[in-house]
Design a protein around this ligand. Sequence first.
Ligand code: GLP
Length: 243
Amino acid sequence: MNIIKTDDYNRMSCMAANYIAAQVTLKPNCVLGLATGSSPVGTYQELIRRYQAGDLDFSKVTSINLDEYKGLSPENDQSYRYFMNTNLFDHINIDKKCTYVPDGLEDNAEKACADYDAVIERCGGIDLQLLGLGNNGHIGFNEPDTIFPKQTHCVDLTTSTIEANARFFDSMDKVPKQAYTMGIQSIMMAKRILVIVSGEGKAQIVKDAFTGPVTPQVPASILQMHPDVTLIADKEALSLLSF
Ligand code: GLP
């Protein structure tokens, strides 16, 4: 694994944007696996800045997001579709028809998940998957479990995740209790993976995920088995790693 240490969140975001920009430049019709949460916001701002400066063209890019809350519509300002539109897609020249997020309004979980796996397959897999890291080691919404779930599935969110994500909602009760998430196999099939992490609060989980045993109790630990992972993190997030 390639680990890049940065001084702070802003530098992390610039480095991550460099990485994604290189992918888009080298393969203009690439498939980007994208993430939500506060970690990638700065990276998306930086990509927008480069697009506006004329340095990047997203017109041929396809994007496939990791996850979506079950029950939230695209217009709901807490949905991940809304997040992606407002934080990235509305500001670049990507074709919205080529941006995929699981359908939060599909109540039939089996159908929602099978449809999403079909999308991933139809797109020919993911060239570069961007990931944040949940406080409990989740990636996408793959929560700690006794197995690594392979494909897109419906998850019951853990209390820890509901609490962590409550900051974006008016109250804890408003946080959906379920989500659709891409599975671990789909993430692991990506040709390259870029993980971004920042802040002292993530230091222990970074240590567990990247230097501890590979276990479904820490879903991100599976990334140790991927041949092309880059971790870009600020010095606080890396403070418990000795290198
Ligand atoms: C959410 C998302 C994840 C994200 C995680 C960490 O639960 N489903 O994809 O990585 O939160 O979020 P943050 O970057 O805000 O710490």
